[in-house]
Design a protein around this ligand. Structure first.
Ligand code: SF4
Ligand code: SF4
Length: 260
């Protein structure tokens, strides 16, 4: 079963939390299980996760990938899959960022760490819109459910700063859906380009500048400068550009002269 299908099957087995429905949860250093869930994890890093973690750690993409990533290719799409490397020097394989006081990258922790204890599943609706559903992931060892604070999926999403993660991830999901619809994995050369554009934003900015890519697209001078100066803007651009370059539709991005 593919990762995405396995995730969907797992979520389908959980109780749904509908919009406005509440659940109780709090996680803080006072809970008996504090840090128990920050180890021995399969933690998939999205492009936006990698960007935020790198910014927090002050690492180049090359150094971050060498230190923290286990990379593979999804067999059905040929897209890269990045997983956070757990530490191998302790029995329960802790996350490299967990400390006795909690998460050392908390302000820029990955989306998956923010989402728990709910799970977010998405699918494309008939008009191509993203339809989301939330599920409660109630794990026996987690004492957070015995706490008093009440949340809805909406208030939890806002409190955890999840909207920007969801928005970037939904755009990646659209690219993946287009590749799946083609029924074959992305050829290796294009997969390498996609990995550069999504996961190595510092090198992607350099590439974009070196080949004058932005001059071939209908972009204002202000937007061009932003893409070259700010990695979050570069990722926002990359998601549209990959749509255009790989599938012929890039969120309103247009070619001035043939670039591909
Ligand atoms: S198991 Fe639950 S309550 Fe305990 S640290 Fe993890 S999320 Fe927090
Ligand atoms: S990144 Fe932070 S919250 Fe996520 S598993 Fe690691 S220590 Fe825990």
């Amino acid at each position: 079963m593919h990762d995405a299908d396995a995730t969907q099957a797992f979520l389908d087995s959980l109780p749904e939390v509908k919009p406005g429905e509440s659940f109780r949860f709090a996680c803080h250093p006072g809970v008996a299980c504090f840090n128990a869930c920050c180890g021995d994890l399969t933690l998939v890093l999205t492009p936006y996760d990698v960007y935020r973690l790198r910014k927090h750690l002050g690492l180049s993409s090359r150094d971050f990938i060498a230190a923290h990533v286990e990379a593979a290719l999804a067999p059905d799409t040929g897209y890269p899959v990045f997983r956070l490397k757990m530490r191998e020097d302790a029995a329960h394989k802790p996350c490299p960022f967990v400390t006795p006081r909690g998460c050392s990258v908390y302000a820029d922790r990955p989306g998956a760490c923010r989402t728990y204890p709910i799970g977010r599943a998405t699918k494309l609706g008939e008009a191509g819109e993203v339809v989301e559903q939330f599920f409660l992931v109630r794990e026996d060892h987690c004492r957070g459910f015995a706490e008093d604070r009440e949340w809805t999926p909406e208030s939890w999403t806002a409190d955890q700063g999840l909207r920007v993660y969801a928005s970037m991830n939904d755009r990646l999901m659209r690219l993946l859906a287009r590749q799946r619809a083609l029924g074959a994995p992305l050829p290796k050369q294009k997969a390498n380009m996609l990995a550069l554009a999504l996961y190595q934003l510092d090198n992607f900015q350099k590439f974009v500048n070196d080949v004058h890519l932005l001059d071939r697209l209908e972009l204002t001078e202000e937007r061009k400068a932003e893409i070259l100066a700010d990695e979050e803007a570069a990722l926002d651009f990359a998601l549209d550009w990959l749509g255009l370059a790989l599938y012929g539709e890039g969120g309103g991005l247009r070619v001035v002269q043939s670039a591909f």
